[in-house]
Write a protein that binds this ligand. Sequence first.
Ligand SMILES: [Zn+2]
Length: 248
Amino acid sequence: MIKIQRIAAPAELTPQVVADKTALYIADPTKSVWKEPYIEQRLIAMTHGKCCYCECELGKESNYMEVEHFHHKDKYKNEVVIWDNLLPACRSCNGNKGAHDTITDPIVNPTVDDPKVHLGFRAFRYKWKTGVGKETVVSLDLNDTEKRCKPRFSVCNELVSKVEDFLEAIQSVTPVSRTQEKNRMRNKVRELLEACQCDREYTAMKATTIVNNEDYTSLVLEMKTRGLWTQDLDDLDAKMRSYALDML
Ligand SMILES: [Zn+2]
């Protein structure tokens, strides 16, 4: 989970539309008044197509996108189409959270709270630093082995394997190596860092894994020694570090 910058509400969601939809929902709670392509598309744009909680890619495999009401719509009907209450979530997160009352038992709202304050990782599992963090992990069931941990492990393991390969490959890059060879190395590392940015799935876990990986530290040193570490790589590295959670 990473901090998400909330973007402006869709233009179609005017105060009048909000009032009309809210009145309709209060009169008949079976009406899915939030189900509008303009709402869903704006929410998807806000998180780069990811679930706001578990960071899986929405629309991939069985990770269907659902409009999540942070304050549940059954109890807080007046917020059923309030933009700040809407988040994009996968079916698992939305389903696990169910009617959880986030007013009486708060969980991390990634558009408001910094997940780093409440959450960390250990062995591909979410750990908590605070009561809110624990409530988040438990109510969303973020450590389900099959649905959550295995996919996270798989993408992180792939990255770690690449780092190992790059660290070996860089040994053959010398000052007299061809420019093409140096560029190839730089491009590979750039792709690795791009995979750990906020527009990719499982950013927090990938960033945490790489910044704590000793081979990656060695790789950066080797790149610097050979004059291959450029400003754009440095910028990507810094951004990646900003998404990493603490290892607990
Ligand atoms: Zn999710």
